[in-house]
Design a protein around this ligand. Structure first.
Ligand code: 6A9
Length: 789
């Protein structure tokens, strides 16, 4: 009984939040406290949509489809790579008041813009404007349907107002957070060839069991019975929303008190390009509205915001004054804007597994305001990605960075653990295959939030009285108790076998299935580590992350007048170059390396399947690839050359006079090893693991391709060593110029050629690959352009 009780109380700890007061007040994102940031494009997973920063927000969004294109319905809503759009993303977005997005579909472009206006007590008004233009290549002007919708997620009520039988003119509604409001759908303004007369209208009014079901509901309601009359007099059947009856059981899943007549309303307008259309949201508590935010008023407001954006962008990043072309500047603005426009507000519970619970447990409900790596493929929070995201965003708006860090740190449990991948709420969960949902409480992820904190601290010390920096000190004060626990958590759960060494937990267990068992927790997934995971391992990247973390802990403690001696001591030890050499320098590789139970003599082989003579082969299991180990592993350096070997340099642990820098620079600049014309590849071309797949289904990921987050650290470190007195200063300066130029040129060129910023880049061709758009850390290119580190 005692053992059982122990287990359950230990399991409980895992899903109990940290006891110190949260960094954020419970109402910090509310309309009352943060009116200006209440409404926003906080649904990065949809092409165009808005919500409020609250747990159960009323949401607004847009779907669209091309009529008469082919037999398939091409309804667009959630950002999907499968839609094969030529490109989409925010071209301008200031994170608060407005945004301009371009969506390039097959033969037309939609420009989606929003502007907000403050007033009243509920976050004010906003207007959307969607402009559709056909491409010059289009044989004739396409007819497009835009489907604007509003949905209430268990809270609030909506009422549809229909005129002329089928035109949804407006929606009125109310919710706790928004009070009363009205959404008006204006008629399209069209080009010369077509006119509003030829717009067709349809609407849908129904009940949805959840936000993740909106697309399906619309799809199920579509009907081809409607007739569109074109300006030329031709009549054709088109597809539109029609009646939809919610299945009975779905309707009853909702608690009785929230069951509504209507919580999902769609307005469909079908019209030939070119056209422009506006949708406006007006808050009931905004009384002294001077005029409506539409037409020329909207245009003026947009122009004003755009001009402010342009001048702020130049003031901060100075790309024009550095001589970048207009096209480069546009790229830089798009990269930054897509990060800002990709901020999401998520709410829900993680699913957590520890050694103490038999079945996964639900983590407490929580909110997360965070940037996302990729609006299509990974539209949710990732812990170590976020540190990189905030390096860029903190230059634009340190307030955003403080809020994002606070949200992340407030998700910490009492042990000091933060779930690495945040899949909060049904919408987020609907994008993730079940096997990836569960988070394990032994698992870490690089503490890159310290990089972002370092930036905030630098901004503060450079200019303590600057209004954007002043809140940093009180912020750090509230953060500190949790930060201490976080730091301690790494130092208790991720320690290595020797004093002051570290080891990532949570490596793959089924060693015979993988060429090299993965280390997802390190962020570098399939980057080669010891072939046989064991407690004898020590990992050089984690050592360096902890050297960085201890240094920032010391700075924060010092700033706050808290005891800092221990942090300084830890920092001194962890950055001690002799200790680092002792733990991690491999004389054989002449590079820093992990250590562990390892053999290089591994390969993937067809499993032998015995088929008795005369028996049909297909009745026996298909041979799969399994690992064969030709030489037994032993304790030794792993001797893989790549990103991990660079960490003591990447995080500035090496002293400027370290002789190791010479080796590192030589390996970096060697085209047979790490150097490519497009950036540094993740492992050396000469490494046996270079571009090797891990299983038959698992293509190489961090085994060759170029990743921009690590390249950013390299450029930044070269900048650092080139500005620090020492024997390697000149070499650093030369490499800096070359590497920076290569990365900028390639990421830019790929963007122009493909319409996207990518997750990684091919090391032999420079081609963007993996998920897209992946503005995530690849947007750090902007900082390299600006040379602001
Ligand atoms: C897969 C499939 C729709 C992998 O950018 C996020 C992370 C990085 O933190 C990590 O360093 N990416 C990098 O190696 C993407 C990880 C996605 C895992 C979930 C689920 C989704 O299918």
């Amino acid at each position: 009984f005692y053992a059982l009780h122990m287990r359950s109380s230990l399991a409980k700890r895992v899903v109990t939040l940290h006891p110190s007061p949260p960094v954020l007040d419970a109402n910090s994102s509310s309309a009352k406290v943060s009116a200006e940031r209440f409404w926003g494009s906080y649904r990065p997973q949809v092409y165009f949509g808005m919500k409020t920063r609250s747990p159960r927000s009323i949401v607004a969004g847009m779907m669209w489809m091309r009529q008469f294109a082919d037999m398939d319905v091409n309804l667009r809503h959630i950002c999907e790579q499968g839609d094969r759009l030529q490109g989409y993303g925010w071209m301008m977005h200031d994170g608060i008041t407005f945004g301009v997005q371009e969506i390039r579909d097959n033969d037309f472009t939609l420009t989606t813009e929003f502007v907000k206006r403050m007033g009243g007590a509920h976050g004010g008004d906003w207007t959307w404007r969607v402009t559709a233009k056909q491409h010059s290549s289009a044989p004739q002007a396409p007819v497009i349907s835009l489907l604007f919708y509003t949905a209430a997620d268990t809270q609030g009520s909506l009422e549809a107002h229909v005129e002329d039988r089928n035109r949804l003119a407006s929606i009125t509604g109310s919710s706790e957070e928004l009070g009363n409001f009205k959404i008006t759908f204006r008629k399209p303004v069209t080009g010369e060839l077509s006119s509003a007369k030829y717009a067709s209208y349809n609407y849908l009014q129904t009940v949805s069991p959840g936000l993740e079901k909106l697309t399906d509901i619309v799809k199920q309601s579509l009907n081809r019975r409607f007739v569109y009359s074109s300006p030329s007099g031709e009549k054709r059947h088109y597809i539109a929303v029609d009646a939809y009856k919610p299945p009975h059981h779905q309707n009853q899943q909702k608690p009785a008190d929230t069951r509504k007549e209507t919580d999902f309303v769609v307005h469909q307008v079908t019209v030939q390009t070119p056209f422009q259309i506006e949708v406006l949201f007006e808050s009931g508590s905004f009384h002294s509205r001077p005029n409506q935010l539409v037409g020329s008023v909207m245009t003026q407001e947009l122009e004003r915001r755009k001009a402010e954006f342009d001048s702020k962008f130049e003031k901060i990043f100075g790309l024009e004054s550095k001589g970048f072309s207009q096209a480069h500047v546009k790229f830089g603005k798009a990269a930054l804007s897509n990060m800002l426009g990709g901020m999401g507000y998520f709410y829900g519970q993680s699913v957590v597994q520890s050694a103490y619970n038999e079945y996964p447990l639900l983590y407490p409900e929580g909110a997360l305001f965070t940037a996302v790596p990729s609006r299509s493929f990974f539209p949710r929070g990732f812990l170590w990605d976020e540190g990189f995201h905030q390096l860029l965003l903190s230059k634009w708006d340190p307030h955003v960075t403080r809020e994002a860090i606070s949200h992340w740190i407030d998700l910490m449990n009492m042990e000091g653990w933060i779930p690495r991948e945040q899949i909060l709420g049904d919408e987020a969960r609907s994008k993730v295959p079940a096997e990836f949902v569960v988070q394990r409480n032994e698992n870490a992820n690089p503490p890159t939030l310290f990089l972002a904190l370092q930036e905030l601290i630098e901004q503060l010390s450079l200019n303590p009285e600057k209004p954007s920096s002043r809140p940093t000190l009180p912020f750090l004060r509230r953060l500190f108790p949790r930060l201490k626990t976080w730091f301690d958590w790494y130092n208790t759960t991720q320690t290595g076998p020797l004093p002051n060494s570290y080891r990532w937990r949570g490596r793959d267990k089924d060693t015979n299935l993988f060429l090299n068992p993965k280390t997802l927790t390190s962020g570098l997934d399939d980057y080669p580590r010891a072939s046989h995971p064991s407690a004898d391992e020590r990992h050089v990247d984690l050592h360096c992350w902890m050297a960085l973390a201890s240094g920032i802990m010391a700075s924060v403690a010092r700033l706050l007048g808290e005891p800092h001696h221990d942090y300084e001591l830890t920092h001194q030890v962890l950055r001690d170059n002799d200790l680092l050499n002792e733990l991690h320098w491999s004389d054989q590789l002449r590079a820093f390396s992990d250590f562990g139970n390892h053999t290089q003599a591994v390969s993937l082989q067809q499993e032998k399947v015995y088929v008795p003579p005369g028996q049909p082969r297909h009745q026996f299991p298909v041979a799969r690839l399994v690992r064969s180990v030709r030489r037994a592993p032993k304790l030794q350096y792993v001797n893989a050359l790549g990103y991990v070997s660079l960490f003591p340099f990447l995080l500035h642990i090496l002293t400027p006079d370290s002789p190791k820098l010479e080796h590192i620079f030589r390996d970096m600049r060697d085209s047979n090893k790490l150097w490519t014309p497009y950036g540094l590849r993740s492992i050396s071309k000469a490494d046996p693991m270079y571009m090797k797949r891990n299983t038959e289904h698992d293509a190489p990921y961090w085994r060759g391709p170029i990743w921009i987050n690590i390249n950013y650290l390299a450029v930044q470190a070269l900048h650092h060593y080139s500005n620090t007195e020492g024997p390697h200063q000149e070499k650093a300066a030369a490499l800096y110029e070359e590497l920076r130029t290569n990365i900028i040129n390639n990421v830019y060129r790929q963007y122009v050629e493909t319409g996207y910023i990518w997750e990684q880049y091919n090391d032999s061709t420079g081609r963007g690959q993996g998920s897209h758009p992946f503005t995530g850390w690849s947007a750090l290119t902007v900082l390299m352009m600006a040379e602001q580190y």
